[in-house]
Design a binder for this molecule. Structure first.
Ligand SMILES: NC(=O)C1=CN([C@@H]2O[C@H](COP(=O)(O)OP(=O)(O)OC[C@H]3O[C@@H](n4cnc5c(N)ncnc54)[C@H](O)[C@@H]3O)[C@@H](O)[C@H]2O)C=CC1
Ligand SMILES: O=C(O)CCC(=O)N[C@@H](CCC(=O)O)C(=O)O
Length: 489
């Protein structure tokens, strides 16, 4: 049966391009099948977004917020069903996909507050006029989402964009089309006017058609650094368009002397292995001093990692981690481990993919202190690289030795070390004695270097969703008391 998987101008349509499937990586079955949107369908979506934009903006922020609140209420009503869809598509355990829905619901109130705080209206009286600052939406924006949080991360662009008065064309990851379809159905139910949010599903060609469409005013992207760099080049000669890039990281976690070994190990595990290592903020590199306590930390870390439960998203006794997004991604992590071993790495806990038809891997730890040139790659899975350091300065230098700059952390009981660390480390999320995953939506979220283009998201998404308009106002024209030289009235 034809699957109506594109949502264009308030109508559900089937794609006219190639067929693609969403595969449940835990059970190796297809949970969704549809066709990609072709160029002409992407064009219709952008046109619909353009035609509805001014009326959406002019409806006023209170009317827009009413629909957004209705959407949040519908998420609450449908949270179990949606949590299951995300689990089926991504392999993430249900306990975790429920937290993803909670983050989506929380986004509405956080973005409302941020809209008024960051892009509200203000005025001041000057001798010659009233100076007023207001903000206006860019117009039509394209939103691109990754597969690891198929609900929460596109939502983190869509809600602030809609509040500001933009209209949206969403292109989700081709690995997670089912989630977006369900989410957009809720938007429709919430009463969003036709054309305000359009969904174009498909593989890379659909993405290219949308990103290169001359009718968009901006593009908000969360995904890999490679794709983000391609988009940045594509936008290089278009200064009139706003581009917000949230990309990956090769994130360091530095350990010094700590008070509680188990608490530190817990922070390391949460940082490295949550979501099967598929968070952009996950710790990829762990720096340990050459001390007796660090040996204890590593030994506990190895023991706890070996005991991590990996299993089905719907298992009655929930595992800590489920399958990775695909069998291919899991095999990619085995290949990454092999590469590090070939460079001189020594496996402390082997990352293993027992069944090559599924996305499950056991988390791994590899000591890479003897590797001369550690690849500056984001291995997007549960593989933690361990490096021993001789002194503090070399720990900081090695931690900073990356082109990325998304997240970084310090585990240490010395406030002076934290002061030093936070000044010297180069990243957008820098934590002390806390896991480096699980960033708050109420704070800005973004990285430097190859991790972003200085358009932080979460709270600061409000900033890239609107542009400032400064006005000097007076109710009538007035003759100045003193004329400029050379003027005669
Ligand atoms: N900094 C952040 O906020 C976050 C970053 N990420 C990063 O996302 C990555 C994982 O997500 P993926 O889905 O693999 O990212 P991806 O870059 O492969 O895909 C993201 C989106 O871009 C589209 N796309 C791919 N190539 C394109 C092209 N040439 N033109 C236009 N569109 C194109 C895809 O279809 C998808 O919709 C990781 O690198 C992770 O670190 C994930 C979550 C948060
Ligand atoms: O955008 C927000 O609302 C906050 C950012 C956020 O949720 N970050 C999460 C997941 C992002 C990722 O790694 O894919 C986190 O920091 O764990």
């Amino acid at each position: 049966m034809e699957h109506l998987n594109q949502f264009i101008n308030g109508q559900w349509l089937s794609g006219e391009g190639e067929t693609f499937d969403s595969i449940d990586p835990a059970k190796n079955v297809s949970v969704w099948q549809g066709n990609s949107a072709v160029v002409s369908q992407v064009d219709k979506a952008v046109t619909a977004a353009r035609e509805s934009q001014f009326a959406w903006y002019m409806s006023g922020v209170e009317a827009r917020l009413a629909i957004i609140k209705k959407f949040a209420a519908l998420l609450e009503e449908n949270k179990e069903a949606l949590a299951l869809v995300i689990a089926q598509e991504t392999g993430k355990p249900l306990w975790e996909t429920r937290t993803e829905i909670a983050a989506m619901m929380g986004k509405a109130a956080i973005s409302e507050k941020a809209y008024f705080e960051r892009t509200g209206e203000s005025s001041s009286e000057l001798p010659i006029a009233t100076a007023v600052l207001r903000h206006k939406p860019h117009g039509v924006v394209a939103v691109f989402g990754p597969y690891n949080f198929p609900g929460h991360l596109p939502n983190g662009h869509i809600i602030p964009a809609l509040i500001a008065g933009n209209t949206v064309v969403l292109k989700p990851s081709e690995l997670t089309p089912y989630t977006s379809e369900k989410v957009v159905q809720l938007w429709q139910q919430a009463g969003l006017p036709e054309g305000v949010l359009n969904l174009v599903q498909g593989e890379v060609e659909t993405g290219k058609a949308l990103a290169s469409h001359p009718g968009i005013d901006g593009l908000f992207f969360t995904g890999s650094s490679n794709t983000g760099h391609v988009l940045h080049q594509q936008f290089a000669s278009q200064p009139d368009k706003i581009l917000a890039l949230e990309m990956g990281g090769n994130n360091p976690l530095v350990v010094a002397e700590v008070d509680d070994v188990d608490a530190a190990v817990h922070d390391i595990v949460q940082s490295a292995f949550i979501s099967a290592g598929q968070r952009c903020t996950c710790a990829r590199r762990l720096y340990l001093p050459k001390t007796d306590q660090a040996e204890q930390i590593l030994s506990r870390l190895v023991t706890v990692t070996k005991a991590i439960e990996v299993g089905d998203y719907d298992a009655e006794q929930q595992p800590f981690i489920g399958a990775m997004i695909s069998a291919k991604a899991a095999a990619g992590m085995v290949a990454a481990q092999d590469k590090l071993k070939a460079l001189g790495g020594e496996s402390l806990v082997e990352l293993e993919q027992a069944d090559v038809s599924k996305g499950f891997v056991s988390p791994g730890i590899i000591e890479v202190s003897e590797v001369g040139e550690l690849p500056d790659e984001e291995y997007f899975g549960p593989l933690l690289q361990v490096v021993r350091y001789d002194d503090w300065d070399s720990a900081i230098a090695q931690a900073n030795n990356t082109r990325y700059g998304l997240s970084a952390g310090l585990l240490s009981n010395e406030p002076a070390k934290w002061e030093n660390f936070r000044h010297r480390i180069r990243a957008g999320i820098v934590n002390w004695n806390r896991s480096i995953t699980g960033a708050s939506s109420a704070a800005p979220f973004g990285g430097v270097g190859a991790s972003g283009n200085h358009r932080a998201s979460a709270k600061y998404a409000a900033d890239y969703c609107a542009y400032p308009v400064a006005s000097m106002e007076g109710e009538t024209s007035v003759m100045p008391a003193t004329l400029s030289p050379g003027l005669h009235f």
